[in-house]
Design a protein around this ligand. Structure first.
Ligand SMILES: NC(=O)c1ccc[n+]([C@@H]2O[C@H](COP(=O)([O-])OP(=O)(O)OC[C@H]3O[C@@H](n4cnc5c(N)ncnc54)[C@H](O)[C@@H]3O)[C@@H](O)[C@H]2O)c1
Length: 345
């Protein structure tokens, strides 16, 4: 297939780009190169004849039309987004613009491109979204694809809005879409403002490791390469018009996750005192969702997909990757807002 990937210079998008090229697909990476982007994430495929890069904003209809007309993809995988909840609290405007207006613009561009191509049944618009659209769970229960939407942060509200637009374009215009909602990703090339890289890098530098509230929030953690694999599975075998929840089957409280990372660093970079001594509880994020958990029954039974990496294994690989790749993360620490406490409202 020829796949147009939006946001392919970001964390998950770049994993999709690398995996799609490895599987023999042609990939066009459309990315605006915001603060969260890093072309080094796709350096391993940059010279491949299967790879092309286009710098463009998904809100720029003329630019998107032009890219679609020139490359004529068989599918669009839409990952471009503003993705950091704390930034959405301080500045929701960029989230409304990219996640809602940008998705609308991309849908309209995709619809007219699909019309111009003779409305092929095989075309796919794959919208990549988050489990955060479902809101917050108590101690029990899991999100299914039928759980009502209940987003509670500007980020999750903007993603929920984009999901609704994608479904509306399928129902109203017949655009062949698939949707996925997945849990928290982690792994190599994770931008150093998100929890796991912050913990690793602060611990390495002997700085306080911030844990929001009491550290009791529970997330389901999905290794990013497993996510990329699930996305390509849904793209190629998912039923048109259907959405699939993707989870890692790895629930953990934040404090337990942080403690596991500290233990790995004690093993690989021992210091006089344990790294866990750096853990510092800080004011909680406003509206911090308590727990997310995914019921993965649909993707498992219909598409035979399951995650392959346990949290223990994935964290060990991730910590090793950050220890081996300071040239990747060092320059990113100077980007605007990185290292600052954001989203206290
Ligand atoms: N990170 C997670 O744990 C997670 C979990 C579930 C779903 N998601 C979703 O997966 C997608 C990718 O997430 P990520 O963590 O890789 O994000 P990211 O912030 O690492 O990357 C986003 C990429 O999109 C690009 N981008 C932003 N605005 C753009 C615009 N207007 N036009 C073109 N490109 C633009 C950025 O330059 C960047 O390369 C997002 O849609 C996110 O909502 C993420």
């Amino acid at each position: 297939m020829k796949i147009l990937v939006t946001g392919g210079a970001g964390f998950i998008g770049s994993a999709v780009v690398r995996q799609a090229v490895a599987e023999g697909h042609s990939v066009v990476n459309l990315d605006a190169l915001t603060y969260a982007a890093c072309l080094a994430n796709v350096a391993s495929v940059a010279d491949s004849p299967l790879y092309a890069f286009e710098q463009a904003d998904i809100c720029d209809r003329a630019a998107v039309d032009n890219i679609l007309a020139r490359h004529r993809p068989d599918a669009i995988m839409h990952l471009a987004a503003e993705s950091h909840v704390d930034r959405s609290i301080d500045g929701p405007g960029a989230f409304i613009q990219t996640n809602i207006t940008g998705t609308y613009t991309l849908l309209e561009a995709a619809r007219s491109y699909w019309d111009a191509e003779g409305r092929p049944d095989t075309f796919r618009f794959h919208h990549i979204s988050t489990d955060e659209v479902y809101g917050s769970l108590g101690a029990d229960g899991q999100f299914t694809e039928d759980t009502p939407y209940d987003p509670r942060s500007p980020y999750s509200a903007s993603k929920a809005a984009s999901d609704h637009l994608v479904r509306a374009w399928a129902e109203t215009y017949g655009l062949p879409v698939v949707l996925t909602n997945c849990s928290n990703n982690y792994g190599p090339y994770h931008f150093p403002e998100k929890l796991i890289p912050v913990v690793i890098l602060n611990a390495l530098h002997g700085k306080p490791i911030p844990v929001y509230g009491k550290g009791e929030n529970v997330r389901d953690w999905l290794y990013v390469e497993d996510h990329a694999d699930a996305l390509l599975t849904v793209l190629t075998r998912g039923q048109v018009g259907r959405s699939y929840n993707i989870g890692g089957e790895n629930e953990a409280r934040n404090i337990d996750l942080v403690t596991m990372i500290c233990a790995l660093l004690d093993q690989h970079r021992p210091e006089a005192v344990p790294h866990a001594d750096l853990i510092t509880y800080v004011t909680d994020r406003p509206g911090h969702d308590l727990r997310y958990a995914i019921d993965p029954t649909r993707i498992r039974t219909e598409l035979g997909w399951r995650p392959s990496v346990t949290l223990e294994e994935g964290l060990a690989r991730t910590v090793a990757w950050y220890l081996d790749n300071p040239d990747w993360w060092q320059p990113l620490l100077d980007r605007e807002g990185v290292g600052a406490r954001l989203g206290k409202a």
